[in-house]
Every structure is written in C-alpha cells, then in structure tokens.
Design a protein around this ligand. Structure first.
Ligand SMILES: Nc1ncnc2c1ncn2[C@@H]1O[C@H](COP(=O)(O)OP(=O)(O)OP(=O)(O)O)[C@@H](O)[C@H]1O
Ligand SMILES: [Mg+2]
Length: 385
C-alpha cells in the first residue's frame, strides 16, 4: 500500500515537472548554425552542444508527452499510445536526472544516454500506427474524414520527432572519429541525389522481391556528378517510400499478366533553388477523388501488417505497404527543410499532361519530391522545429 502511494506521489511530481518543462519555449536551431558549428567538433564545441541539448530536449520531449495525454476520441487511452507516452516519459526522466554537464567526461556520458534515447524511440512510427489502428477499429469508416484533429496532431508530432532526432543524431555523429568525407554530422555537404536514389530504390526493390518473389525494375535519369548539401538519410527515406509504392502498384497490376512490365522512372532534376525528384509508374494510379485521402494517416489499400500482438520491439517493421504512413511521413521530411511532396495521379494509362510548365509526363502515378538546396540562402534559417 505504502509502495503504491509512493509510486503515485512520484508520478504526480513527475507529471508536474513534465508540465513545467512543457510550458517552456523551445529554441530553434538554424541549419546554417548546425553546419558551421558542426564543422569544428572540438571538445569545447561538443560541451556547448551537450549543455544546450540537456536543456532543450526535455522541453521538446515534455511537450510531446503532454500532447499524447490529451488526444481526442480516446486515442490517448489506446495501449499502443500509452506505450509511446511511456517512452517519452522515460526519456524525460533520463534527461532530467542527468546532472549538470561540466566537462568532457560528462559530455561523453550524456552522449551515450541520448544515443540510447534515440534507439528507445526507433519504433514510435509503427507503434503510433498501431494505436491509430486500434482507434480505427472502433469507428465507423464514414467518420475517418472527420479526424482532422488527429491528422494535425500526427503531423505536428512527427515533425517534432524529426527535429529531435536530427538534433540528437547531429550531436552523436559529431563524435564519429572517421566521418565520411564532406560530412558535417548527418549532413553531407556534397550529397549526390542520384546515388541516394539508386540505393533507396534498390532497398525498395529488395523488399518487393522478398514480399512478392519478383519485382519490376527501375531506371534513374539524372547527373550522377551533381551534388548539394542535404541529409542523405532523409532523402533515402523519401525515395524509398515512393519507389516502394510504385513497385507495389506495378507489381499488383502486372503480376498475372504476360505483358512487358514497365519500369519505374526516377528523374532527378537539379534546379537553382530546389532539386526535384519525380518517381513515376504505370501501375494504374488512383482516381482523383482518392487523392486527398492518401496523405492521411489512416488510409491504406494494403492489408495492415500490424496486429495487437505485434512485437514492435523485435519485429521487422519494414513491409511493402499497409501502415498508410509512407506518404504523409515522407511529405513531412520534405517539408522539414522547406521542400514538398506532391502527387499527380492519372487513373488509367496513356495520357499526356503538363506539369510545372517544364515537365511533360507520360505515366499514371507521378510522385514529386522537392528538396530544398541547403546551400541556397533562402533556407539557411530553416530547421526550427
Ligand atoms: N504509386 C502508387 N500507385 C497507386 N496507388 C498508390 C501509389 N502510391 C500510393 N498509393 C495509394 O496510396 C495509399 C497510401 O500510400 P502510403 O505510402 O501512405 O501507405 P501504404 O503504402 O499503404 O503503407 P506504408 O505506410 O507501409 O507505406 C496506398 O495504400 C495506395 O492505395
Ligand atoms: Mg507506402
């Protein structure tokens, strides 16, 4: 009894602490600052960075934990969401119980701890998806479109997650004794989008082969020598998701046919402000009326790979499709640095349309990612989430 009381008291004081930190103002970090600061990872700079994160991360994490407590339609009470909330509370506790960072040895310990926090949160996306699915099961499908608040929350939540992971990833990566050439933390100052697109498309193809036993091919057009500063992991994720979608659409359409399977086309166009990447396929597209749905977190036409008993701690959560999260999450990654993701679908096959005044496209499903050139002045102040 006494133990239960002590536990309740502890969690009450902790929640007060979470509320106090959650009401503090978070500080944005500009990308330019990150690149300049990270290019000289001296012990002194690492110490300053750790001291900043020690104050900043609990604010950001507390805000998310509070939001997870107050979701509409009873989403907060779903077991998967409670699990995610507990991860946030555990991380908050770890950060707040870490003493003041005074020297290099403290800084190294702190770095180990935030690295572990990043790992703890690895499965947040599929676990949240499971929570949303738990809610969805209880609802009438006609209500899905009313869930604007939930979509807005998820957009904010994931955007903030991208920011937190970027801050931790950048700090941790600055300790790498042998950083890849031209890299400042997670930012590659000379990233080749063609090379990243190649790797991401191969990874997507491997999943398709694993799932279906065969896979359409892809072709990449673009200058492999063109480079610009960007976070390769972000671009990889976006292209991977888009190509995965395209492979699935084409595979499903041609699986039982004798026709020649048309390859996925990936075009990398290097503009002055943006780099545009177009992924197009001839998988049949979707009707225009379906387009608003595909950016919602509840919508997928694939069988959901998750169930109540999924062990997300150990399970391989990469599947061909089914979470309904691929497109909205990829759009957040694109927007994070000021880019965007747009889709133009042509149901059926064989029409010409003119897009962006400069592209003439012949295909059914066109997915565009615009990634901001991080060397263009207009984006130097971005990354404030
Ligand atoms: N290239 C495409 N051709 C036709 N339909 C597509 C294409 N890309 C996406 N869609 C439709 O949009 C839906 C949502 O796509 P999204 O990537 O967000 O989720 P998913 O692929 O179902 O699951 P996952 O979260 O695992 O990616 C898909 O289920 C599919 O119906
Ligand atoms: Mg997908």
């Amino acid at each position: 009894m006494a133990a239960k009381k002590a536990c309740e008291f502890l969690s009450k004081t902790m929640m007060e602490e979470v509320r106090r930190w959650g009401s503090m103002k978070q500080t944005g970090v500009s990308l330019r600052y990150m690149m300049e600061f990270g290019s000289k990872p001296t012990d002194r700079n690492l110490l300053i960075s750790a001291q900043f994160l020690h104050k900043e991360l609990p604010i950001r994490i507390a805000r998310r934990a509070l939001e997870l407590e107050n979701l509409p339609y009873g989403l907060s009470e779903k077991p998967a969401i409670l699990k995610v909330r507990d991860w946030y509370l555990d991380s908050f506790r770890d950060l707040r119980s870490f003493p003041e960072i005074k020297d290099t040895s403290d800084e190294r310990e702190f770095t180990k701890m935030i690295k572990a926090i990043k790992v703890r949160h690895n499965n947040v996306v599929p676990t949240m998806a499971l929570g949303v699915q738990q809610l969805k099961k209880e609802m009438d499908p006609s209500m899905y479109e009313d869930l604007v608040e939930i979509h807005q929350f998820l957009d904010r939540f994931y955007m903030s997650r991208i920011g937190i992971r970027m801050l931790i990833g950048q700090h941790v990566e600055l300790h790498n004794p042998n950083p890849p050439p031209q890299c400042v933390g997670c930012i590659n100052t000379k990233m080749s989008p063609v090379e990243v697109a190649q790797n991401a498309s191969e990874d997507a193809r491997a999943i398709c082969l694993r799932e279906y036993g065969s896979s359409p091919y892809f072709t990449i057009y673009g200058d492999p020598n063109f480079t610009f500063p960007y976070v390769p992991a972000h671009l990889h994720l976006m292209v991977f998701e888009l190509v995965k979608n395209s492979l699935r659409a084409v595979q499903e359409r041609y699986m039982d046919s004798d026709k020649v399977v048309p390859p996925i086309k990936i075009i990398v166009a290097d503009g002055i402000e943006d780099v545009a990447i177009k992924v197009s396929d001839e998988g049949g597209g979707i009707p225009r009326s379906g387009l608003p749905k595909i950016f919602t977190y509840l919508y997928s036409t694939a069988k959901n790979p998750l169930n109540e008993h999924s062990d997300l701690g150990t399970a391989d959560t990469v599947t061909m499709a089914g979470y309904g999260f691929g497109l909205p999450i990829s759009r957040l990654y694109a927007r994070y640095f000021g880019g965007d993701l747009q889709i133009i679908s042509m149901e059926g096959y064989g029409e010409w349309i003119l897009v962006l005044r400069c592209f003439v496209i012949f295909s059914c499903f066109n997915q565009f990612v615009y990634v901001s050139r991080l060397d263009s002045v207009s984006v130097s102040t971005l990354h404030r989430h």
